[in-house]
Design a protein around this ligand. Structure first.
Ligand code: C2E
Ligand code: CA
Ligand code: CA
Length: 728
């Protein structure tokens, strides 16, 4: 694999300028660079793989190396980190076609590792640029040194060791919240050092100092043990009782892990033991590892990170965007989330370039099914942008600065109060509360009850002091006090709340519905939001015996809640015409498309039955329009009756009725068709003096994976249409 041109090597002594080694996987590029260097008076050799490159260096040291960032077998950063470990490392020129931002980030990282950097060489380059770089000899100022505030008076190893010993390193916590709803998700622990003489010292500085001076493990243990103790307290039942909410108990704790600790198994065993001792599940902990450290040695990282995952910790890629990951590398690493670096987030409302980086990283996260957390959100405009992109969570001064532990409870309570005020305002503006009952919502609760085989299914809306039901199946009450509402607790979170046995639940076991003659023993509710992310209530099911939902049933409930949200949005649009009036084909089409997509997404077969009156024009002409309309209404009624609970019936075109049957099989379709023919015959017998109803019926079933749009199903049903009396 490795090709070398060392035709200059035997003449090394003649080269006054020194020795250059080029590492580039493109033979042509490597050769070209080597030639230009040779022309400038250097002894130039080149290699195509990192192994060959190090072999060349071992053979004869170099003064300057030129390294391509993107290599097939490892990456340039890993190579440079290996270089940094050598006793007298050569000066480095980083070359690549990856774009100036990445090159610049690479320069910073490598420089921080202590390698002298001559400069970066963006490809394509001119001969002159390369010559200039080679001959300049001007090493860029090392990144790490720039951080030392004042070289003479800066705190040193002794100060830091003493501070750790004395417990002067304190931990502050910065909350992170969901972008869409604002729901609190967790906290990041950040170290603080209040120095009696030097004042507040920046963690960037003392963490780097600890890393350099072999104190990083001691520092991390000090920080993490404080954080775990605090976190255990935050999650205690006493705290929950004091703040009156359960949310804090579901939070996560993120801690920053230095790259130097990654291979330290004992450290993570210690962490795990600390968690266990405090009754904390490892899954509540998120370890933040910087992108550059995770990617530096992709093969090593894979095994180290996998071991951490096996212990149960969640992993986050910190400072994402400043490193050099390529998608393919990321996919292989067991991360649970990406933490988008604040350098992009901060200015994404004003800088086109930052906005683009933010957008592509959020998209990358979606594609890889990784949550993206944006850090450094300071303005409402940036928040809005992140919401539009569908970024999962955020952290930043807009929500809160990092806080001392004593401040957190109060911050939480005040914020929750504000959010509730906003929620109620949005709810009142929506006009949903105490609105009339509507068939379109009842259809969804009926479908929910049917699919989940639950005796009770409700759309609940949570007002300030009560819960009101917009739609209800199997429940006589129209409202309850909020303090007795499962759904009021469900909306504290953003997804699904499932209570397999209410009698075993610390809070719900005291509720009236659980204490009565016919106790509710099972509850599952999924949050329903308005377009702005305000949680107004839930779609829920209940049962009189304990049970659990299957994974599929959970997906169904979530998707059904989505249907409710779609209807809520539709109500905001529909004005003059009742949106649930099935006589309007446009309304039916839109809903049918939605329900069809619902089935397709959930891989649930979906059947369509169509019925068209033959010669309605003739009937209108002979008997008058009123008779024609009566006939259409009668047919519509029959089609609706044919469906199962929760199926969708309506008018597809002027004289064509349709029934969309959820979760149907061939037998169900045959049965529906026969039922409808029988109903039509019965009608004709019952009203011999009315114009005779003669229909064409067609049906089709959409098996998951076949045909992707409703129109295909309609066409199939039309193909199979026959006169209704021909089938019997
Ligand atoms: P990081 O992990 O990227 O942490 C985020 C930094 O962004 C924090 O700086 C935080 O205070 C700051 N920040 C959060 N929101 C905003 C915002 O809206 N605007 C702006 N301008 N900044 C915001 P901090 O606390 O100074 O920490 C700096 C870095 O020091 C951290 O960066 C982390 O890499 C490191 N660090 C802090 N504590 C620890 C620790 O206990 N262990 C390790 N290994 N590193 C730590
Ligand atoms: Ca972090
Ligand atoms: Ca960062």
């Amino acid at each position: 694999m490795s090709g070398m041109t060392d035709n200059h090597s035997h003449r090394a002594a003649e080269h006054r300028s020194g020795a250059v080694v080029v590492l580039d996987d493109e033979p042509l590029v490597g050769q070209t660079i080597a030639r230009i260097a040779a022309a400038a008076g250097f002894d130039a050799r080149h290699a195509e793989t990192s192994a060959a490159f190090f072999a060349l260096l071992d053979e004869r040291p170099a003064d300057i190396v030129i390294i391509d960032l993107v290599l097939p077998d490892s990456d340039g950063v890993a190579v440079m980190e290996r270089l940094a470990e050598r006793p007298a490392p050569p000066k480095v020129i980083i070359s690549s076609g990856v774009g100036s931002r990445v090159l610049d980030a690479a320069r910073r990282v490598v420089s921080a590792r202590g390698l002298p950097i001559l400069g970066v060489l963006p490809k394509p380059f001119t001969q002159a640029t390369l010559r200039e770089l080679l001959l300049s000899r001007q090493v860029l100022p090392p990144e790490a040194l720039k951080k030392v505030p004042d070289a003479t008076s800066a705190p040193d190893r002794m100060d830091l060791a003493a501070a750790i010993e004395r417990g002067d390193i304190q931990v502050v916590y910065q909350p992170r919240v969901a972008c869409r709803t604002g729901t609190l998700e967790g906290f990041e622990a950040l170290a603080r050092w209040r120095h009696p003489e030097h004042g507040d010292i920046k963690p960037d500085f003392f963490v780097a100092l600890a890393e350099q001076e072999g104190l990083i493990e001691a520092l991390s243990r000090a920080v993490i043990s404080q954080a775990i103790d605090w976190f255990a307290m935050l999650r205690s039942a006493e705290t929950a009782a004091r703040v009156g909410r359960d949310t804090l108990r579901r939070c996560s704790l993120s801690v920053n892990i230095s790259a130097l600790l990654l291979e330290n198994n004992e450290f993570f065993d210690w962490m795990l033991a600390r968690c266990r001792a405090q009754g904390i599940d490892a899954q509540q902990l998120v370890l933040e590892v910087t992108e550059s450290s995770a990617m530096a040695d992709i093969h090593g990282s894979l095994s180290v990170l996998t071991r951490l995952r096996v212990r149960g910790f969640r992993l986050s890629i910190d400072d994402f965007g400043t490193g050099f990951s390529t998608m393919m590398q990321l996919v292989r690493l067991p991360f649970s989330e990406i933490k988008l670096d604040k350098s992009f987030v901060l200015h994404s409302d004003s800088s086109e370039e930052s906005a683009t980086v933010v957008r592509s990283i959020v998209e990358l996260g979606h594609n890889l099914k990784l949550n993206v957390v944006a850090e450094g959100v300071e303005s409402p405009a940036v928040h809005q942008y992140l919401r539009e992109l569908g970024c999962h969570a955020m952290q930043g001064y807009l929500i809160s600065r990092p806080m001392a532990p004593e401040a957190i409870e109060r911050w939480f309570v005040e914020r929750e109060h504000q959010r509730e005020v906003q929620r109620l305002e949005a709810l009142y503006n929506s006009g949903l509360l105490d609105s009339r009952y509507e068939a379109r919502f009842d259809r969804i609760t009926r479908l929910t009850a049917r699919l989940l085989e639950a005796p009770v299914s409700l759309i609940s809306v949570i007002d300030g002091l009560r819960q009101w039901f917009k739609s209800r199946q199997g429940m006589a009450l129209t409202q309850t006090p909020r303090s007795q509402a499962f759904c009021s607790v469900a909306i504290e979170d953003d997804g699904l709340l499932e209570v397999p046995d209410t009698l075993q639940h610390p809070l719900f076991s005291t509720y009236a519905a659980v204490r009565g003659d016919r106790p509710i023993r099972f509850y599952a509710g999924h949050v329903i939001m308005l377009a702005g992310g305000e949680k107004v209530g839930t779609l829920c099911v209940a049962d009189y015996q304990p049970r659990t939902l299957s994974t599929r049933e959970r997906q169904w409930l979530e998707a059904l809640a989505g249907l409710v949200e779609d209807e809520l949005q539709r109500a905001a649009v529909a004005t003059e015409r009742a949106p649930d009036d099935p006589r309007h084909p446009s309304g039916f089409r839109a809903r049918a498309t939605q329900l069809f997509d619902f089935c397709r997404r959930l891989e649930m077969p979906c059947g369509l039955l169509v019925a068209r009156i033959r010669d309605i024009g003739g009937i209108n002409h002979v008997h008058g329009r009123a008779k024609g309309d009566r006939l259409l209404d009668a047919l519509q009624h029959m089609v609706t009756e044919t469906g199962l609970s929760g199926d969708l019936a309506g008018r597809m075109r002027g004289r064509e009725m349709a029934l969309l049957i959820v979760n149907a099989d061939e037998a169900a379709m045959r049965r529906s068709r026969a039922l409808l023919s029988a109903a039509i015959d019965r009608y004709n017998r019952q009203y011999p003096d009315e114009p005779r109803l003669s229909c064409v019926l067609g049906d089709a079933i959409m098996v998951p994976g076949r045909a992707d749009i409703l129109e295909d199903l309609v066409a199939l049903a039309h193909q199979q249409a026959t006169p209704h009396d021909a089938t019997t």
